[in-house]
Design a protein around this ligand. Structure first.
Ligand code: ATP
Length: 305
């Protein structure tokens, strides 16, 4: 069975102000069918360039990129692939319902229950109540949900997401993570870019770390968690959150990331507030893990030089 996505020896140069910039250095990785792969790196690392290549928005690169065994240079490769950019540009004069209907038309999907199907997807994203309002009247976070619903309404086999959670508040992020988890459960593959690991760690099977155009390593969430034991994700029940920065998971259930030194005091606060501790697990912080990987890389370069 071919991989959902395969990069082989991909190099990409840009010319800017007379200078040649190598945006991607010999990128090799694959994403299996049904796998969720997070592509993580700082600004300018090469994440968007990688996405633009698989979507054939950039075609002047060397190497080979395939989607389900078909070269990304071939338009057929994008059948069944849905993409949501970081700042989706939706037609402002249309409504969310019309945008989703257009999505189905664009993908040549005919459904007798078109309206009900699209409405159901809008409701799934908790935006059914704005189905018939124009995009221009919606907040950025609501428009982001419309763009995600527009991608999922076509039942894609691979979902490509550039910073999927960037415009969303904590409740929006929780909703979207749940929807993506369900999509994954049904066998969908996801390639997403992110600056933040915390929110998406629970659905990713693997992370690739890219820095200055080089894919440094790929790691599973379990491997990352094992590397980072000084920060914890605490989930608890209480009538009220203990701090305003706590994320509400559902009624009376909250989550917060605390450092090792804060943990004992935080657990005491939970019982002092008549709450109950549910789980404590190692949290993944992008910064820590990323710099650790960079250090390892620098040390091994020094040894080999
Ligand atoms: N059209 C372009 N012309 C010249 N240089 C470019 C162009 N697009 C990207 N680059 C350069 O290529 C490198 C990779 O950029 P890219 O946008 O892929 O990074 P990124 O990881 O997506 O960053 P961000 O998180 O800020 O979106 C950067 O050095 C960037 O300046």
């Amino acid at each position: 069975m071919p991989n959902a996505l395969e990069y082989k020896a991909v190099n990409k140069y840009f010319r800017s102000k007379g200078k040649l910039i190598q945006a991607l250095h010999n990128i090799n990785f694959s994403v299996a069918e049904g796998e969720v792969f997070g592509f993580v790196g700082p600004n300018g690392a090469g994440k968007s360039t990688t996405i633009k290549i698989m979507l054939d928005i950039i075609d002047d690169y060397t190497g080979d990129v395939q989607l389900y065994g078909v070269s990304a240079r071939n338009a057929d490769a994008r059948k069944g692939i849905a993409y949501v950019p970081e700042s989706p540009a939706l037609y402002e004069q249309f409504t969310p319902l019309e945008i989703l209907q257009m999505g189905l038309d664009m993908y040549g999907i005919r459904r007798t229950d078109k309206d009900a199907w699209c409405t159901q997807w809008l409701e799934r994203f908790s935006i059914g109540h704005v189905a018939k309002q124009r995009i221009r009247s919606l907040s950025k976070g609501t428009a982001q949900r419309v763009a995600l619903a527009h991608a999922l309404v076509v039942n894609p086999k691979l979902l490509v997401l550039d910073e999927p959670l960037s415009g969303l508040d904590p409740v929006g992020r929780k909703d979207v993570i749940e929807i993506l988890a369900e999509y994954k459960k049904q066998g969908g593959a996801i390639f997403f870019t992110s600056h933040v690991l915390h929110d998406v760690e629970r659905i990713a099977d693997r992370f690739g770390f890219i820095h200055k155009g080089e894919l440094l390593t790929t790691r599973s969430p379990r491997e990352l968690a094992a590397e980072r034991a000084d920060c914890y994700l605490v989930r608890y029940n209480a009538e009220q959150p203990i701090h305003s920065s706590n994320i509400q998971i559902r009624d009376s259930e909250f989550e917060i990331e605390v450092t090792q030194s804060e943990l004992p005091n935080f657990i005491q606060q939970i019982s002092a507030n008549n709450g109950h501790l549910l789980t404590v697990k190692p949290a993944v912080s992008l910064e820590t893990v990323f710099f650790k990987i960079l250090n390892e890389q620098n040390n091994s370069n020094q040894i080999s030089n």
